[in-house]
Write a protein that binds this ligand. Structure first.
Ligand code: PHE
Length: 382
């Protein structure tokens, strides 16, 4: 009883007008005015979303909101004489509440935007984050230089797998199983589960891509193949178990030894500059015939063999020449492996050692620095 009395006293909307002893239009108007004042006051105190929700439910909630109570307790049981005036006041009150709710919603939204804006504002007076700008590794840069030179004379770039089968790495290149050149080249074989169909190995050169390219396309072929290769070499100033090559292959119906030497010389002069001298020495590779070893005049001593300070040049060891790479005319036997007609086509191939070339061009005397990733070294080649 006590509780009901309390809440009724606080909530006149739980009582009827008769119970409230409201009998004149004036007292109806002032009753609504009081209610409106109360709503205004509460609306002004809204700061957070939860308060807004409480306010909304309390005043316009459909089930037991004050608006509903006013309809049920004031309007519906009102005397005929007062009904019209109560109805009118109720309508105005409803509109007023709706605009209070709407206004509160907008205020809250504005406040949230303001908070977010402040939080996300870019403070232009703060010092920026200085990020060091990276650059390509020297090996990558040399690859790029070489690719650009060969692009300019009609070659395109292809890449191939670093894990190969013996067939592509050896057999199809005319290196049968017990051929002695395999001794230099035998490499890292992959541990495979028992019963694996073929052994796999890390490629010892980029030459397998000669075969893969010719298997895929008919002549004319003009490709270069940049990539990593692996050999069982012990690391020292000029050896590493992983290094880089660019393979080259040109096959067409009328490629001669002159095209071959002309292409190679063009490349070397573009790469090292016009003053470099070049020479071919006879050599041997099972997949080229004739085969050559290509030398350039030593860029450290200018092809004299003598160091600037006197004595023999330490780079070419007084030879005046530096061995650059192996090459040759494609051995006709190789065409047999890729179904090219050896009577109709001819071509040349070369395998350039990139690390060696980069060392020569940039005066680097230890191949290991390429792989140590010491930034003091890398920074010198931005
Ligand atoms: N593949 C050979 C090597 O790595 C180089 C080479 C490539 C020789 C193409 C001739 C033709 O030693």
């Amino acid at each position: 009883m006590y509780l009901t009395a309390m809440s009724s006293a606080e909530n006149p909307t739980e009582k009827t007008l008769a119970e409230l002893r409201v009998r004149t239009p004036e007292s109806v108007t002032s009753l609504f005015a009081e209610l409106r004042e109360k709503a205004n006051k509460e609306q002004r105190r809204i700061e957070k979303a939860e308060q807004f929700e409480q306010f909304r439910v309390k005043w316009v909630g459909r089930k037991s909101g004050i608006l509903t109570q006013v309809t049920d307790n004031w309007l519906k049981p009102a005397d005929a004489g007062l009904k019209r005036i109560v109805g009118q006041a109720l309508n105005e009150f409803r509109n007023h509440l709706q605009s209070l709710v709407e206004q509160a919603r907008q205020d809250l939204d504005a406040r949230a935007t303001q908070v977010a804006d402040t939080r996300e504002r870019v403070d232009l007076s703060l010092p920026g984050v200085i990020r060091p700008i990276g650059s390509h590794h020297l090996i990558r840069q040399v690859f790029q230089e070489i690719e650009d030179i060969f692009f300019s004379i009609g070659f395109s770039v292809v890449e191939g797998p670093e894990i190969e089968t013996p067939y592509y790495n050896f057999e199809a290149l005319n290196i049968p199983e017990f051929h002695p050149v395999r001794d230099d080249m035998d490499t890292f074989y992959i541990d495979l589960p028992k019963g694996a169909p073929v052994p796999l190995l890390l490629r010892t050169h980029t030459s397998p891509m000669q075969i893969r390219t010719m298997e895929k396309q008919k002549p004319p072929v003009r490709v270069i193949v940049p990539g990593k290769v692996y050999r069982r070499d012990n690391p020292d100033a000029t050896h590493s178990f992983m290094f880089h090559q660019v393979e080259g292959l040109a096959v067409d119906t009328d490629i001669t030894f002159c095209d071959f030497t002309g292409t190679i010389e063009y490349f070397v002069k573009q790469f090292f500059g016009p003053s470099v001298k070049t020479r071919f020495r006879p050599s041997y590779f099972p997949f080229t015939e004739p085969s050559v070893e290509f030398d350039a005049s030593c860029s450290f001593c200018g092809g004299t063999g003598t160091a600037a300070a006197g004595g023999t040049c330490s780079k070419c060891k007084g030879a005046a020449w530096i061995e650059l790479f192996g090459a040759g005319m494609v051995d006709p036997a190789v065409y047999g492996f890729v179904n090219y007609d050896a009577k109709k086509v001819s071509g040349f191939a070369f395998g350039i050692g990139i690390d060696r070339l980069a060392m020569l061009k940039y005066g680097i005397d230890d191949i290991q620095v390429f792989f140590q990733n010491d930034v003091r070294f890398l920074r010198q080649f931005p």
